[in-house]
Design a protein around this ligand. Structure first.
Ligand code: NAP
Length: 280
């Protein structure tokens, strides 16, 4: 039987509506400062999307567009100013930064209470001890999808492909905190299929077209595809061989229209949290 498709686009709209309704009850509008350095077209598209989401949720967005030659000192001075600006609840520095800028230094300069991407070591630490202020947007989006479709990780075998700081590792933490039994795989994992075949919930966050084939998936598994790749025809796709795996899984996320929109929606939820914590 074909899998139920987890509709990330529809759920993201629901999350944004819920967030907008909650924001209406605040004394002032939440504000997001977006820093964009240089002219990377993909980054421009992402920033536009986030600004549209802010408008949809009734939030203010303040764009700081800097030219590609901006120095580290200038960028850090801007972050410092935004850290002290009471109209700004969240600060988002769009990655990647031009090569001469040190991403880690810049991200670590963002005040933890405005770190709505949940990249700062303080927020990662809070998450790891089970006391988060913000949730990392992509893994939180996956958890929201599981909740919406009545899929509990409790007692389930969960396998996460990928161990990056922004997706794989926090994903494993959230699944563990939800009482899943979690295995994390990476580029040095031998015999990936032997591990994935055990998964009741399989999350792929690698970035390789066709990595997860139907013979690697247990019948009835829940398959979440985080990846955003381009196939040989230039079409957006994930890691999972969607058509074949959809015949075997119980639930599956499409790409596009799956995890991507949820990531953006969860960012809005974090901005709301930040505004509340700032007394808005
Ligand atoms: P990343 O930093 O490049 O990490 C990729 C991970 O995959 C690494 O841990 C790597 O292992 C592992 N890996 C590479 N080849 C593998 C293989 N053959 N088998 C198993 N694991 C393998 O990427 P990322 O930032 O986590 O992003 C992953 C994907 O998700 C990308 O396609 C990205 O575009 C997408 N993404 C989507 C969203 C969204 O909103 N939908 C958000 C963020 C990212 P090592 O650690 O050993 O190198």
């Amino acid at each position: 039987m074909a899998a139920t498709i987890i509709d990330g686009k529809a759920l993201a709209e629901k999350v944004k509506k819920r967030t907008a309704a909650a924001a209406e009850g605040l004394r002032r509008r939440p504000g997001l400062a977006v820093i964009l350095v240089g002219d990377d077209p993909a980054s421009r598209v992402y920033v536009n999307g986030k600004e549209r989401d802010c408008a949809q949720c009734g939030f203010l967005s303040f764009e700081h567009k800097l030219d590609a030659g901006t120095s580290q000192e200038e960028l850090l001075a801007l972050v410092d100013r935004l850290n002290r600006d009471d109209a700004v609840d969240g600060i988002l520095c769009q990655l990647p930064l031009p090569k001469h800028l040190d991403e880690e230094t810049v991200l670590n300069a963002i005040a933890p209470d405005k770190d709505v991407d949940c990249f700062h070591p303080v927020n990662v630490g809070r998450l790891s001890i089970g006391a988060p202020v913000f949730l990392p947007c992509t893994p939180a989006g996956v958890m929201e999808m599981l909740r919406e479709y009545g899929i509990s990780p409790a007692g389930k075998r969960c396998v996460v492909l990928g161990r990056s700081n922004i997706v794989g590792k926090p994903m494993a933490m959230l699944l563990t905190q939800a009482d899943g039994t979690v295995t994390v795989c990476h580029s040095r994992t031998p015999d990936l299929a032997a591990v994935t075949l055990e998964a009741d919930i399989l999350v792929s966050a690698v970035g390789r077209v066709g990595l997860v084939t139907a013979d690697m998936v247990k019948a009835g598994a829940v398959v979440i595809d985080v990846a955003m790749n381009r196939n040989a025809e230039g079409k957006l796709c994930g890691d999972v061989d969607y058509a074949a795996v959809a015949e075997k899984a119980s639930y599956i996320t499409p790409v596009p229209g799956g995890v991507g929109p949820m990531t953006r929606a969860m960012l809005m939820a974090n901005i709301l949290t930040a505004a509340r914590n700032h007394g808005a």
